[in-house]
Design a protein around this ligand. Structure first.
Ligand code: COA
Length: 260
């Protein structure tokens, strides 16, 4: 299968998936999400692969979010579908992989980018990484699992602060908060991820998939939270604040919100 928005590189038992839209800071458009879904399905079936690393191309961004230009004109129904399809095709898909998926966060991980990193089983970051959920600056909320997974990873209070303030945190703070496990210079990031991935690849794949299922089953309560998120995300698309937020982003200016 030839991909347009991702590249795939298998080194021994480790598959590296790289999102290839550097001029748009690797923003997740529909086609990229679909390609990642296909690649993940294949990787899950392929017994020669025992660990997956997801990263972004270039030195600036892991993923700067969902593609704002693509969804700016969406209706409430389309917004809800965007969120639901994203959960099914990518974010829940990553989390439910039978082999560990590591996020190599090589720069900005914003909105859907941080949500993708949080769907992975754990994260390493480069020193220049910046992480945040800036959706409320666009008049919308995190719609790819961020309202649930951020609270699981850093606790409710820090998640509330990050989501409502839309402020980014740096790599060192992300490590202190438990959002990433390790911080290394950018040029060492992939090799560092590769080293732990190769270690994982020597362990029992059967036991590892059982461990992943067991850890995740403890978080199944988040199911109703995800459904609330999908509905609330969709409803934002019918608001004047959403129109103002997305228009301001595309016009490269600050938004003015009236709360309608
Ligand atoms: N969706 C669509 N396009 C995006 C994008 C996104 N989430 N993030 C960045 N881009 C595009 C920019 O529009 C720009 O495209 P252009 O050259 O055609 O104008 C290009 O990527 C480079 O981004 P730019 O904003 O010029 O880089 P910067 O260094 O000034 O700022 C960021 C970097 C990450 C701070 C800024 O791009 C940003 O705020 N992005 C959106 C983050 C966000 O809100 N994500 C949540 C989405 S739900």
């Amino acid at each position: 299968m030839a991909y347009s928005f991702i590249s795939i590189d298998q080194q021994d038992a480790v598959l590296v998936l790289t999102i290839q839209r550097p001029d748009q800071l690797n923003a997740l458009n529909k086609a990229t999400i679909e390609e990642l879904n296909l690649a993940l399905n294949e990787a899950d079936q392929n017994t020669s692969i025992r660990c997956v690393i997801i990263t972004g191309s270039g030195t600036k961004a892991f993923v700067a979010g969902a593609d704002i230009k693509e969804f700016a004109g969406f209706s409430v129904e389309q917004g809800e579908a965007l969120s639901r399809d994203g959960h099914n095709l990518l974010f829940n898909r990553v989390e439910n992989m039978s082999k560990p998926v590591i996020a190599a966060v090589n720069g900005f991980a914003l909105g859907g980018g941080l949500e993708l990193a949080m769907s992975c089983h754990f994260r390493y970051a480069s020193e220049n990484a910046k992480l945040g959920l800036p959706e409320v600056t666009l008049g919308v909320i995190p719609g790819y699992g961020g309202t649930q997974r951020l609270a699981q990873l850093v606790g409710k209070g820090k998640a509330m602060e990050m989501i409502t303030s839309a402020q980014m945190i740096g790599a060192a703070e992300a490590k202190e908060w438990g959002l990433v496990n390790q911080v290394v210079p950018q040029e060492e990031l992939l090799n560092t991820c590769m080293t732990i991935a190769q270690k994982i690849a020597t362990n029992s794949p059967r036991a590892i998939s059982a461990a992943l299922r067991s850890v995740l089953s403890g978080y199944s309560y988040a199911e109703s939270g995800l459904n609330t998120e999908i509905k609330e995300f969709g409803e934002c698309f019918g608001t004047a604040d959403f129109k103002e937020g997305t228009t301001a982003f595309m016009e490269k200016r600050k938004p003015t919100f009236e709360g309608k």
